[in-house]
Write a new protein. Structure first.
Length: 395
């Protein structure tokens, strides 16, 4: 079993056991998050089946995944999945999704089809090539070019950043080498250690990387494949200090999102239970929300809010959505006010998260461990990682 899968399973078991014990004394009173609540939503499963692992292509719930940990929406509405346990890159297509979809209501309860893009099932290796001839090893974070033609993959166990020409399904390596390291450089001379999160600049010229194992934020100039370090003091200096460049410290940052104007990079600093932000003009890092090393479920203004293993983020205008993995919910930070609220998922009265697989409205919709989130036209798509399903959150 893979390291990432074991980590998610262990975390899930710990807080699920706690929820079960506390529920006996609380009578299972449910609330949407804790504190400030967002608008009512509907959670539905659009692909995969709960704990039915496999690599089967096909219509929505007939398809099978294994521990998906990456998801991104293309400009045309295609949803790409890093099917981590299968070492595959998959895609979900639907004639209900398009760049001209007029309102989020049109996206609800989609009829979708799942098919493989690249990689070969359970063949965890490194190889460039076309479609099934390519090989990945624990692919996680994804980013897509603004024109929708190129998909970028954080190939975490290969310690590489790969790209896929979506017209031809040709996979190539743009940076990194198979053994873990941290050096800057050009292409394969640069080193990463377990890169997990990606974000691309609005102009498509720069790819940002959450280099999780090195506790760093890196960037790749896509014209030259030159890798440089923007922030973080390195693998041997974890922490949660704010500051400029190497003065800032992280603890396993796992996901990135960039503002529409390309000026601010948001960071899910996962092991610190924080959401951070970095002003790219100065590489100045500050804490947006959460308390370092103190997991919780509380909503409210950023400094008062708590997260528990926030693992993935996605931005939509002034809304930053957070897949708060160990809380089994989706949170939202209003970037204009800094206020954190819960948009989907439920807790017991008292702030204990509820893990589940149920579709439904409001507190009736549950997640097991939301491991990746993306947004398209105001609708969220979530990889519910250990549940092996892709979920939709519509408002």
């Amino acid at each position: 079993m893979k390291k990432g899968r074991e980590m998610g399973k262990n975390i899930n078991q710990k807080w699920k056991a706690s929820a079960k014990m506390i529920s006996l004394g609380l009578g299972a009173s449910l609330v949407l998050g804790a504190g400030i609540q967002a608008q009512a939503v509907t959670v539905s499963t659009i692909a995969g089946a709960f704990h039915e692992r496999g690599a089967l292509d096909g219509p929505g719930r007939e398809a099978r995944f294994e521990f998906p940990q990456g998801i991104v929406a293309a400009p045309d509405g295609t949803i790409y999945i890093a099917d981590t346990g299968n070492d595959l890159i998959r895609k979900i297509s639907s004639n209900g999704l398009s760049a001209s979809t007029p309102t989020p209501a049109h996206l609800r309860h989609l009829n979708v089809d799942v098919e493989n893009v690249a990689g070969s099932e359970h063949r965890a290796r490194y190889r460039d090539g076309v479609g099934p001839n390519a090989r990945f090893n624990n692919p996680e974070g994804l980013a897509i070019s603004p024109d929708g033609k190129t998909l970028y993959v954080a190939d975490s166990r290969n310690n590489m950043i790969r790209k896929i020409d979506l017209a031809t399904k040709t996979v190539s390596t743009i940076a990194g080498h198979t053994f873990p390291s941290s050096g800057d450089g050009v292409g394969k001379s640069a080193g990463f250690e377990s890169p997990r999160g990606l974000a691309i600049s609005p102009d498509g010229k720069t790819l940002y990387v959450a280099d999780s194992g090195n506790n760093m934020i890196r960037k790749i100039d896509l014209a030259t494949n030159t890798v440089t370090t923007l922030a973080g003091a390195g693998k041997l200096t974890p922490g949660h200090a704010d500051g400029v460049g190497a003065q800032a410290t992280f603890l396993e940052p796992r996901s990135l999102a960039i503002s529409a104007d390309g000026q601010v990079l948001y960071i899910a600093d996962t092991r610190n239970d924080l959401i951070r932000k970095m002003v790219l003009a100065t590489n100045s890092v500050s804490t947006l929300a959460g308390h370092a090393g103190f997991p919780g479920t509380l909503n409210g203004p950023g400094p008062d809010a708590y997260f528990y293993h926030p693992i993935s983020i996605s931005i939509d205008g002034n809304k930053l959505y957070v897949a708060d993995g160990a809380n089994a919910d989706i949170r939202m930070i209003d970037l204009s006010t800094g206020v954190v609220s819960t948009v989907a998922g439920a807790t017991l009265n008292g702030g204990v998260p509820i893990a589940g697989r149920e579709d439904g409205m409001g507190v009736e919709g549950h997640f097991q461990f939301p491991g990746a989130v993306t947004v398209f036209h105001g609708v969220l798509f979530v990889a519910d990682t250990p549940a092996d399903t892709i979920r939709e959150v519509s408002f």
